[in-house]
Every structure is written in structure tokens, then in C-alpha cells.
Design a protein around this ligand. Sequence first.
Ligand code: SF4
Length: 476
Amino acid sequence: MDTTPTGLGKSELDYSTISLENFPERKVWLKTFGCQMNYHDSDRMVAHLKRLNFSQTSDLEEADLVLFNTCAVRDLANNKFYSQLGELKHLKKKKGSDLIIGVGGCVAQTEGKDLIKKYKHLNFAFGPDTMDSINDMVYRTYAGDDKFAINSWDRSSDFSIETKINHGTPQAFVNIIKGCDKYCTYCIVPYTRGRERSRKKDEIVQDVKRLVEYQGIQEVMLLGQNVNSFGKENGENLSELIMDLDQINGLEILRYTTSHPYDVSDQLIEVHGSAKKLSKHLHLPVQSGSDTVLQRMNREYTKEHYLGLLEKLRKSQPEIVISSDIICGFVNETDEEHKETIDLLDRAQFDFIYSYVYSERSKTRASKMDDFLTKEVRKARLHEVQAHQLKIQEKIRKSMEGNTYRVLVEGSNEMKGEKKWKGRTNCNRIIHFKGEMKGHEIDRNLKWHWVDVKCISTTALSCQGELQEIYGRRLQ
Ligand code: SF4
């Protein structure tokens, strides 16, 4: 078994000497866990695999290659992955060497060698920094060299990639920075994704122009673990990148995630007021309302600093809506510290939050702290935070009633036996509406059309609307 890092960063295959006829048609089944960055990486892998004549399938039985893109951040995703990987031994037994199984992503980065030893049916494992070499790994496996784990870092001085998408929708994720230097004490990401490295601003602008011109992309989400750190090593920054992208004809909406409050600059706050295409939504994870908990998390800001940022953002862009992440029951959180978070919810008036109970990740600094909180206390605090936030959300959503929103329709679903379309507003709220306008049924597929929808009723978690206008697939 070879578990030596090979140093693979970029693909080593020479495609000029390889043609698709060299490869039979094959199918890849791919399961992604975790964050948007992982979904983005999965898209890249599928695009690479096309060059080896693979197409995607949702039917496990017909797969020649099964890939998992894993997440080490949350227990739930982790447990699901282990259970699905374990189950695959039956399929492997049935298909033998006709089935190759690979595990990529954050779990593979830290546990790849152990996975290879433990799961006899697993062929190879690879960390996030080697995703772009997926074809080399598959090629190597077909050549008979399997049972390997690669967890090396791409150490080339430039982080340079081209965005690869396969989905045919007008929305695209564009990775602008990878890794994270923040080392929040609860987070495994700096150990699984490595140090921060940014792409060059000009390369990203060209990349997005190409996506808009040749692939019909209208909405772009700039991605990174901490996008606010973008460009530091190259003397560039996120504000300048946004202002450059704002000039691209045909691009309608620009979003970015994930942000760290410490790196939100005054310049970026100003850009929220001036960039025409920048979404009027910002996801700004706060994690806790207690200064002492924030210190133990190594978050590098205080509650007042955070609230001050919200005030400045709302002054710069009065229509902005803010969402956040909250960790309930961090190590040794006291009742007083928990109450500070409830107070923060009242003062911040978030549009929505993602809230979790703290769960220990091995290798992190928090996992080495003595911890006296019980699961029950953590859960009770989570429920309190969620119930409190829902009351706030209910009021905020109510204020949407009567307003008309321009939305990009993303699809439809059945709601109480009725077909409803759903679209996303500029400020990232989902609105559901029937396919009828001014009393007439609309017999038209509205998916990926721009429409105006009037919000007529809301709850804390949903908005219902009435279709007002249909603009088609393009606004201009
Ligand atoms: S900023 Fe903190 S929470 Fe976010 S990826 Fe970096 S270490 Fe993890």
C-alpha cells in the first residue's frame, strides 16, 4: 500500500497524447457533503473526468467509479459518509474490479491513510488540494496501482484555475481564495484546506467574463473559506475585485461567501452601497454574542465591533439583509455567555441564521480544552436560540408583505398538492408563487426566467407571492 504523498497539484496527464477513443464510455456516481466549496470542487472533478470519457449517473448500480467528496466540519455529514462508504462493500463484491471507489475532500485529507486501511473496498483517497488531479488518480487505478492516499498540498506559488461548470444553469460558483489562516479554535478547515492562497484579480475577471459570454452565466457566487482575506498576498482586495466584476455586461447578481467579520473593511462596506450588481444580502457569521466566548473561539472581534459593522453596512446599503451562523454551547459556555447571544439576536435582527450545537473536531485547539457542558444543556440552548430567532424572523418577513421583488426562478415543487414556482430575490430570500398572472394560468416553463413577484403572505420560514411580470431568460 502506497500512502506516500506524490506531490500532485496540477494534473500530470498529457492530454495532447490522449484521446477519448482511448477510454471506453464510463459512469461516475458522485456524492458531495458539506459546504458550497465542496459542491464547487465536485463540479470541477466531473468536468475533469469528462476528458476520460466519464459521464455522471445518479444510479449507483451502473457506476464504474464512485466518488465521495467529504466534509469534516459537521458530525451529521461525517456519519452519513461513513455509513454509505461501509454499505458499498456489497456493490464492490458484486462488481469486483469493474467498480472503483475513491474518497476525496476534508475527511480524506486528515484520515485518508486510515480509511484506506480500514475499508478494504476503497481504492484511493485524496485531499481537497489534489482535486484537480482526479484524472491522474483514476488513470493510476485503472493501471493497476491502487490503495493509495494522497494528502499533499499544492505548493506552487500561484493559485490559478479556470472555473469549470457542467450544470447548464445561469448560476455559477467561482473560487477566488482557498485555505484559511484564521485558526478559529473549533474549526478543522485550516488543517484540511491549508493556508490562504488567492487567485489573481485579473484572472478572476477574465474567468467571469468568459462564463457570462460563453456559458450564459448571470449570477456568480464568489467562494472561499474567508473571502474577505482575498488578495492579501498579491496586494489586491475583495472590494476592488467586486468593483471590476460590477462592470461586466450581462452579469446580473454578484454574491460572496463566506466572510469573517474581522476582515470586513470600510472600503468593502462602501462597496455594498456603490456596486450595482452586488447582492443586497450578506452572510456574516458571528458564532456567539459573548466576548469571552469569542476570545475562546479566537474570533478576533467583539460583540460591539460586530454590531458596529452591521450599523455601517446598513447605513451604506439600507436594503441589505444580514444572515449569520451561531454555535450554541461552545466549550464551557456559561448561562450568562449564552444570554449575550440571545441579546445579540435582538440587536442584530438577522434575516435568518444557521445554528448548531458545538461539536468537537479532533486536532482543533478547542478539542484540547476541558469541557464541562453536557449535551442536554447544549441542545436546550440551541432550541432557545432557534425559537428566539424565529420570532424575530417572523416580524422581518411580515414587513416584506405588499412589496414586489425581482426574482430568478430556480424551479418548482408541489406544495399542499399544488404546483408552485420558487425564485430567489436579490437579497437571497426564496418566494413561492403559482403559475398564474392576473387571473390567467401561465402555461410556460418559468425555470431560469426573471420575473416580478409580489409578496402576499409570510411566515418565519417562507414567503408566498403573486406573479406580476415575466421578463424571460435575460433582463437586457
Ligand atoms: S475563518 Fe475560522 S471558521 Fe472560517 S474556515 Fe477559517 S478557521 Fe474555520
